[in-house]
Design a protein. Sequence first.
Length: 423
Amino acid sequence: MYLSTSRASDIAGATPAPKGPLRAVPGTVIALGLVSLVTDVSAEMVTAVLPLYLMAGLGMSPLAFGALDGLHQGATAVLRLAGGRIADRTRRHKLVAGTGYALSAACKAALLLVATPWSVAAVLAVDRTGKGLRTAPRDALISLSVPPGEQGRAFGVHRALDTAGALLGPLAAFGVLWVAVDGYAAVFTVSCCVAVLGVVLLALFVREAPAPAPTAGPAPAGAARPAPPPVRTLLRLPVLRGLCPTAAVLGLFTVGDGFLYLLLQRRLDLSAAYFPLLPVGTAAVFLAAALPVGRLADRLGRRRVFLGGHVLLLGACLLLLAPVPAGPPLVVGVLAALGLFYAATDGVLMAAAGPLLPAGLRTTGLAVLQTTQASARFAGSLLFGSAWTLWGPGAALGLAATGLLLSLVAVAVFGGTRADRPS
């Protein structure tokens, strides 16, 4: 576990940088990582049991679950943009992110009060609203705290801590389901308590990002704070013109991990009590790979690593389609490929865009990119759920794998994979 007691002066470089994996990673990144760790324990406790709870417990159809899975990915697109713009205009990244974390914590308690598929979906929509508000301001806090050449390392450290929570969350859900009589209610109760702890950690230990340096000398006393650049400036930035189409095309054929776990459970004929352990394998690989892959992206180019991650996702789909015996090799192969996919895509995409966006529009720019990707994944989940309902899980997975392969070829040919290491 990484711990830090750095003050704001540490971020500015007043104290020696730590050695080893955390070299040049400021205290803000570590504190945000710990907040994400605790919050992900809470979120993944719910996510680990959600597919079975909705489809087996409440009778939701695959098409409806596809819509709900898409909601997790992209139904909060407008709120991501709103959260990013508010944070840029007010320069209160911490406050906007904290509001999102608090909203998600409240939703964990609300899950105890609902008992129908669509009332659960409504609560989860509000929970995703909280995630939409907090994600871009949180990532902007990370990006604004480190120099351009260390973005991959910083996001790798944050995602490693975040993924430690994703690893512990399913284990906690498994333990609760093992001992509790009313298992799902107990999972939601513990999840709520852990989410509140995350909000407390954010309030106590995360510091606001420093204001952008003035461009033409000190401002006169009492002068109004300059407004951030207009949003239309984003439309002229090559980084978004290049990354947004790439994220959209690949996101459309990104199969949600909930679907992959359900397909793996079917192949293994796995008991419902052991279902929450499947995300643990993915999270363990993600945790081990996040920092090394982030550092690799800094050296080789973040776009290349991002595309390589989708190749690994394609490999997971092909493994589930192949006539491989249902045993440990299949489980290890799918979960390892899925974990490496997240390590190579989650923080790497933000690291690619962050240093190329102006400081006054960084949160909004990251929100635009996140919204583009999330909206595409929302559409992709609807398509996958529809294909599952109409033609069965095997055909749905085959179509998704074909689409992902063609998208990778198109992006490699027309989008390029030029290195984007900051000078």
